[in-house]
Design a protein around this ligand. Structure first.
Ligand code: ACM
Ligand code: ZN
Length: 527
């Protein structure tokens, strides 16, 4: 009899339902009950909110159901948890916001976050328990195994960037992009809004920035140095109303949008709009090719600082982000060397070289940003000539900038070209034009954001990492998706998954299901 019972149990656990889930990024703990079973979500299953502030998680889930399964669930405030998808709060152990538990049992689905964000991430995992519909086949029954998941993020900054300066992308695409960030449990969208080739954000006080600076008269054909210019006017910008729409959309997905306004370099579009901002007074043109250009904001002219403060004031009104990114990368010093105003500024402030002048510039902007209660981020060049007192460093020229920042007690976000530049080719025989480099999926996956040379104390300054998407060679949204996917899946695991749980071969197995989800979402991923 005992033998028969055991056999029955084994049979049950093998045949009733496969005890397997394929969640990306990999959760901290996934446990299946000894006796396997399954639960089916039906169109009549309610979502029960057991606390306030859980609407965003419920709405995201419902929109997902509507979009991919063709129905919406009833959302109830309070009520019986039985046979429901319950969203709740529980005290969970993690320093970083976003921990959650997800239990699927005979009596329903229970998600509890340590805050609204945690509940939202629980919903993201639930979404990945749902069978993936396949085009041309009947909608699947929404059955999932009984399972108990305990999960928490590893890093507090889990970012993806997009350069809308080199190429411009519509608002609808940005919303999709933000959804993709959310679906990978990431929480920062770094919006690179200004470039030599285009100024993309409406600033009411300075209408020329978008009247003039948002458009170029042509674009380089082919890969730099190119085979000519297409002589087609190109451009676009986001109105302040659209910016607010994006920030709100992201906010509902627990994503902070970090705006980047580039200074003192990558400023040609601003200079073309207001030539007094440059060292020579111009005339300047919105740039039509790719690279690093000598015309930058004049560091010796006080009206440049007033201009940038006015711009940042409008930016800070639009973006609630605690961080404001001021760029700071790739600023050639040639025009400053030739400019009497810049040279005078150096004399007046005892600055020994142009690097110190850049540091002066950045520190002046930081003081302004801090005075408004925000924190400044800059690319790692802001270390040159002396780091601004409270700056967070985005380390892109390798990891050295991040290491130097952490050793100086500054926060850092790691975006090294070697592992985090999603504009680099992901195949050795890539047939589309890219900026070059080679960054395959497994290299992204292998990235460890905390440099081994840091002490435990210093390592606390590494807030996380970010994938950068520079768009010189991404003319349309399909190309952006092609470059981002599936490397975003690997990146999400770098940022979310606990270090000891990372395993590339296990990831590849789960990725097969993730790719089916990409097909469902109609993402143009690299195969
Ligand atoms: C950068 O890639 N210039 C930050
Ligand atoms: Zn100057």
């Amino acid at each position: 009899m005992k033998l028969i019972t055991s056999l029955l149990l084994i049979l049950l656990s093998c045949s009733v339902f496969a005890q397997e889930v394929n969640i990306v990024p990999k959760p901290s703990e996934v446990n299946f009950p000894q006796i396997a079973g399954s639960l089916t979500v039906k169109p009549t299953t309610p979502i029960v909110l057991a606390g306030s502030g859980l609407e965003n998680a419920a709405n995201f889930l419902n929109e997902y159901f509507q979009r991919f399964y063709g129905f919406k669930l009833e959302v109830k405030k309070g009520g019986s948890f039985r046979d429901a998808i319950t969203l709740n709060y529980e005290r969970l152990d993690n320093d970083i916001a976003g921990a959650y538990i997800l239990n699927v049992t005979k009596s329903g689905i229970y998600i509890a976050g340590d805050n609204p964000e945690g509940a939202f991430y629980g919903v993201q995992s639930l979404i990945q328990l749902l069978p993936v519909p396949v085009a041309g086949q009947a909608k699947p029954v929404l059955t999932m195994p009984w399972v108990s998941i305990t999960d928490k993020p590893r890093f507090e900054y889990r970012g993806l960037h997009l350069d809308v300066g080199r190429h411009f992308f519509p608002i609808d695409f940005l919303k999709k992009y933000i959804d993709y960030i959310a679906l990978h449990k990431m929480n920062y969208f770094h919006w690179h809004l200004t470039e030599d080739q285009g100024w993309r954000i409406e600033i009411k006080k300075y209408p020329n920035l978008t009247k003039v600076g948002a458009y170029r008269d042509g674009t380089l054909i082919g890969r730099h140095p190119g085979t000519g210019n297409d002589h087609k006017r190109y451009g676009g910008f986001y109105t302040q109303a659209q910016v607010k729409e994006i920030v709100a959309y992201a906010g509902k997905r627990f994503i902070t949008v970090v705006p980047e306004i580039e200074m003192p370099g990558h400023a040609a579009a601003a200079l073309a709009s207001y030539p007094y901002l440059g060292c020579t007074g111009g005339p300047y043109k919105v740039i039509e090719s790719w690279g690093v250009f000598e015309d930058v904001f004049c560091a010796g002219n006080d009206s440049v600082y007033s201009f940038l403060q006015n711009v940042l004031s409008e930016v800070m009104e639009l973006f609630p982000s605690p961080y404001i990114h001021i760029g700071g990368d790739e600023c050639p010093k040639e025009s400053w060397k030739k400019c009497p105003k810049c040279q005078q500024r150096m004399k007046d402030n005892n600055l020994k070289d142009e690097h110190e002048l850049q540091s002066y510039f950045v520190q002046r902007m930081e003081k302004f940003i801090n005075s408004k209660g925000r924190k400044m981020i800059g690319w790692d060049e802001i270390l040159e000539g002396g780091l601004a007192p409270n700056a967070t460093v985005m380390s892109w020229r390798g990891t050295e900038g991040g290491i130097a920042a952490a050793k100086q007690n500054h926060d850092a976000i790691m975006t090294p070209g070697s592992h985090m530049y999603l504009d680099h080719a992901q195949k050795q025989n890539e047939d589309s034009i890219t900026i070059g480099g080679y960054l395959p999926l497994d290299t992204v996956y292998s990235y460890e954001p905390v440099p081994a040379t840091l002490s435990e104390e210093e390592a606390k300054h590494i807030l996380g990492a970010q994938g950068n998407v520079w768009t010189e060679y991404m003319k349309n949204t399909r190309k952006v998706e092609y470059m981002v996917f599936p490397r975003l899946a690997a990146l999400s695991e770098v940022l979310w998954t606990q270090k000891d749980k990372k395993d590339f071969s296990d990831f590849k197995k789960r990725l097969e299901v993730q790719l089916k989800r990409y097909e469902l979402w109609k993402v143009n991923f690299a195969r």
